[in-house]
Design a protein around this ligand. Structure first.
Ligand SMILES: [Zn+2]
Length: 130
């Protein structure tokens, strides 16, 4: 049950960050967590735990439909948008070019497909600049 273990760690980290007043970091971690558990049953519990936190941090709904995800990938020729030129992996992420917490929207123009490792580095970079 590796997934459950990971989930518990993630929830602990999010709670700790939230307690220390680092809501932005907690929110980003939450987003990463939701990507990690996308398509799995556990996503529901991550979403529920984070719901209250998210309400306090962002007025925006984070909602990208599977169809929108495909359209975004097609627009980029099914290649990672970070500039690496790699073909998208089966588990590619849809990234908000301007993060939601910085006022970015869920419009298609603000979305780009990224391979998971490249998405994670972008997210941690954004956190450092925040
Ligand atoms: Zn890339």
């Amino acid at each position: 049950m590796r997934t459950v273990y990971l989930l518990m760690l993630l929830v602990l980290a999010i709670s700790a960050l939230a307690c220390w007043g680092k809501e932005r970091a907690a929110y980003t971690l939450l987003q990463v967590g939701q990507h990690m558990f996308e398509g799995e049953r556990e996503e529901v519990s991550v979403g529920q735990i984070g719901a209250g936190l998210r309400r306090g941090v962002s007025r925006h709904e984070r909602r990208v439909t599977p169809l929108m995800k495909k359209k975004v990938a097609a627009r980029y020729g099914w290649r990672c948008a970070c500039g690496c030129g790699e073909q998208l992996s089966f588990d590619y992420h849809v990234d908000h070019i301007l993060p939601l917490w910085k006022g970015g929207s869920n419009n298609e123009e603000n979305l780009q497909p990224l391979n998971p490792p490249h998405h994670l580095s972008k997210t941690s970079l954004e956190n450092q600049r925040a």
